[in-house]
Write a protein that binds this ligand. Structure first.
Ligand code: FRU
Length: 498
């Protein structure tokens, strides 16, 4: 078995060949989810960036399409976004055939080599065939570089509250807010963030949208702001802010500002492998979900992971929700419900007693290279709740809750190949948990070489890769002092029909 077969995910998007990083230009139109992505077709390491393209009816099964945008004399095609210009405000199409508008960053390598600061500018392209082929606008760039070195990753959206086009852009240590009437002329309105949040690296790939508070009719605005390096467990990660927007300026909510005094930043995902994630545009109001997907890797080692022919997958698509609990705003994420379409077999166990190490699921009755497992633990009194995915070679990845010292963790140091980068397994990933949790809900998505763990309905999420030398074939839980009872175990085997 070649590494390619060993590591190619079963139900996460990967390009057939070549290098991939950030998701770009995601929009939904006429029943199809579009995904573009940072792409270098000629090698498996980062290089001259293109936009690759894939389409899906459900965000799970993807068809790779022709490359959408090629680099040209103005530069590489860096990250960006796309919107459906329903009212043809840009004039590129018509009301009968609305144009799709993409905005991306040109990164000019010649200028970079010459030591110039103004290497990055924003440009647009339009599609009159529902995103399949694109024409670059003849008057590019639409936003010139104002003498800021890192000035990139425009994320456009329709602002339904102030009835305007909106765009957020990462500018080094802050997010810049622009508005437009026609998607061609953009006005800088404000900036945010130079004095708040995590600043261990450069800000990249922002996203900004209104979102309903769960269980209420009120709306808040959420700013996603990826950063590299400076993530909670090293390297790249995505932080977020919750606040209000008056059509020009974003200001964070007082309670959220207080939270940030205590923990500096809040993160969409505390594992090492979820970066540059953004949401789909043009999701119909009748659906109303905020649908998100990230790049399932980390700049610390993305270029070195041991796959052949292709590099990198996307995370499972996720739904974002905003909860307010005791005045604290938190963004929760869970896998999209479309995943359940692919359940080929289910095992349900009402209660399972765990003393020392106990098997929860095992091959061949469940194939643990494509599984969606959930369960609950109540009356927590153990110090450590340890879950373990292992194979016949004695390799394993461990994760769980240390309820004495109050943190969730993932340890992939014994998971197989780790030495391709010293950063890959140099530490145990951790995130603080609430003091003395009394109940723990776990949802675990396993796809060959990745785990995505969603604790307590998506309140805390950790996504990590591993590269074992044989498929994982057993999932178990371990306790030390007491007998624990796992409740309502659902083990779903997933299968893509392709
Ligand atoms: C984030 C990023 C973006 C940039 C792109 C280049 O991962 O660095 O800021 O546009 O990747 O591929």
């Amino acid at each position: 078995i070649t590494n390619e077969e060993l590591y190619r995910p079963n139900f996460h998007f990967t390009p057939k060949t070549g290098w991939m990083n950030d998701p770009n230009g995601m929009f939904f139109y006429k029943g199809l989810y579009h995904l573009y992505f940072q792409y270098y077709p000629d090698d498996t390491v980062w290089g001259p960036m293109h936009w690759g393209h894939a389409t899906s009816t459900d965000m799970i099964t993807w068809n790779e399409e022709k490359i959408a945008l090629y680099p040209d004399e103005m530069g590489y095609i860096f990250s960006g976004s796309a919107v459906v210009d329903v009212n043809n405000t840009s004039g590129f199409g018509s009301l009968e055939n609305p144009p799709i508008i993409a905005m991306f960053t040109y990164h000019n390598m010649e200028k970079e080599k010459a030591g110039e600061i103004k290497t990055q500018s924003q440009a647009i392209a339009y599609s009159l065939d529902e995103g399949m082929t694109w024409t670059k606008y003849e008057a590019n760039p639409v936003i010139e570089n104002p003498n800021i070195k890192d000035f990139r990753d425009p994320k456009m959206s329709w602002d339904p509250i102030h009835k305007q086009w909106l765009m957020v852009l990462a500018a080094g240590d802050r997010t810049m807010f622009y508005t437009s009437k026609n998607l061609k002329e953009w006005t800088l309105q404000s900036d945010f963030g130079s004095d708040i949040g995590a600043h261990g690296g450069v800000w990249e790939c922002p996203d900004f949208f209104p979102i309903k508070i769960e269980g209420s009719t009120k709306t808040k605005w959420v700013l996603l702001q990826s950063i590299n390096p400076g993530g909670p467990n090293g390297g790249s990660a995505t932080q977020y802010f919750v606040g209000d927007f008056n059509g020009k300026t974003f200001s964070i909510t007082d309670s959220f500002a207080n939270d940030l005094k205590q923990q500096k930043a809040l993160w969409i995902d505390f594992g090492k492998d979820n970066y540059a994630g953004v949401t789909w545009s043009n999701i119909p109001d009748t659906d109303g979900r905020k649908l998100f997907m990230g790049w399932m890797s980390n700049w610390e080692y993305a270029n070195e992971v041991p796959t052949e022919k292709w590099r990198s997958a996307m995370t499972i698509p996720r739904e974002l929700k905003l909860f307010s609990k005791k005045g604290k705003y938190r963004v929760y994420t869970l896998p999209v419900r479309e995943l359940s379409k692919y359940v080929s077999k289910t095992i349900k166990i009402k209660t399972l007693s765990v003393k020392s190490e106990t098997t929860i699921a095992k091959a061949p009755s469940i194939d643990l290279t494509a599984a969606d497992i959930s369960f609950t633990l109540e009356d927590l009194k153990e110090d450590i709740y340890l879950f373990k995915l292992h194979n016949l070679k004695g390799e394993f990845i461990e994760f769980g809750l240390n309820n004495k010292e109050h943190f969730f963790f993932i340890d992939r140091s014994k998971s197989g190949k780790t030495t391709f980068s010293e950063k890959f397994a140099s530490g145990i990933s951790k995130v603080k948990s609430d003091d003395l949790l009394s109940q723990l809900e776990v949802r675990l998505i396993i796809d060959k070489n990745s785990i995505e763990v969603f604790y307590n309905n998506g309140e805390t999420v950790m996504t990590e890769l591993f590269f074992s030398n044989a498929p994982m074939n057993e999932f178990s839980m371990k306790t030390e002092k007491y007998t624990s009872t796992i409740k309502n175990i659902t083990i779903n085997q997933l299968k893509l029909t392709k």
